[in-house]
Design a protein around this ligand. Structure first.
Ligand code: ADP
Ligand code: S3P
Ligand code: MG
Length: 223
């Protein structure tokens, strides 16, 4: 018995495209087509590059870019340090959940979240429904070097920012690991990390669209 129908060749095509995507990434138009209305949602620890790499990724893909932290600041008409100082972290988190749920209705786009956003179960569900989650996985030394001098991240304004960062990483990395795609954020140009994301996204989109498209269609035919 052999399997030979229209779908079989679609399967083969998907496999071929998947091989190509292993070395590079799909043409922009095909990536955007497979993405549909979904958002590319960047998650990861402070300093992993969500905001700056996200902006470049959006530019490369011809998509709009939205930073959830900026949207929260606009909605509150306050900076993030001001929100933490006058209302506390719990207030910030509930605003963050609402703003991200709203922004997710506006895909396709690249959406950079703040480092704590993915810790919320309801935000993870909303992202899974309307987006593809990309974890920018960065190591301790890399992110510390990037965030050390900045005062814009209230969670790191502690007597021991390094210890705080280590604890946040220990708490959060097992949750970040639930993301659809994991990309190593390292000290290479932002553009290179944006390309790595396009490679990871290509592989993810091909593997998920191949399995979705073939499940019901592949029928064995007799010789
Ligand atoms: N690949 C990279 N190479 C060098 N510096 C980077 C890279 N990615 C991010 N940075 C720098 O690290 C800092 C934090 O990046 P940002 O995008 O704001 O991170 P996040 O939004 O994840 O907190 C910025 O100064 C940014 O330019
Ligand atoms: O990790 C966190 O909990 C936070 C990360 C920040 O965003 P970035 O990850 O973009 O720095 C910002 O949302 C806020 O300061 C809280
Ligand atoms: Mg950011």
């Amino acid at each position: 018995m052999k399997r030979e129908n229209q779908n079989h060749s679609a399967n083969e095509q998907a496999a071929l495209a998947q091989d190509e995507a292993r070395d590079g990434f799909l043409p922009r138009a095909q990536l955007v087509d497979l993405l549909g209305q979904r958002s590319i949602v960047l998650i990861g620890i402070m300093g992993s590059g969500k905001s700056t790499v996200g902006r470049r990724l959006a530019h490369r893909m011809g998509l709009k870019f939205v930073d959830a932290d900026n949207a929260i600041q606009e909605a509150a008409n306050m900076t993030i340090p001001e929100i933490f100082a006058s209302h506390g972290e719990a207030y910030f988190r509930s605003g963050e959940e609402r703003v991200i749920a709203r922004l997710l209705q506006e895909g396709p786009q690249v959406l950079a979240t703040g480092g704590g956003a993915y810790m919320s179960g309801s935000t993870r569900e909303a992202i899974a429904e309307a987006g593809i989650s990309i974890w920018l996985n960065a190591d301790f030394e890399t992110v510390m070097a990037r965030v050390r001098k900045r005062t814009s991240r209230p969670l790191l304004q502690t007597p021991d920012p390094e210890g705080t960062m280590r604890q946040l990483m220990a708490d959060r990395y097992p949750i970040y690991a639930k993301a659809d795609v994991e990309i190593h954020s390292r000290d290479v140009p932002h553009e290179t990390v944006a390309e790595d994301i396009m490679i990871g996204l290509s592989q993810y989109l091909l593997s998920t669209s191949a399995s979705n498209g073939t499940r019901d269609l592949e029928v064995p035919v007799a010789d």
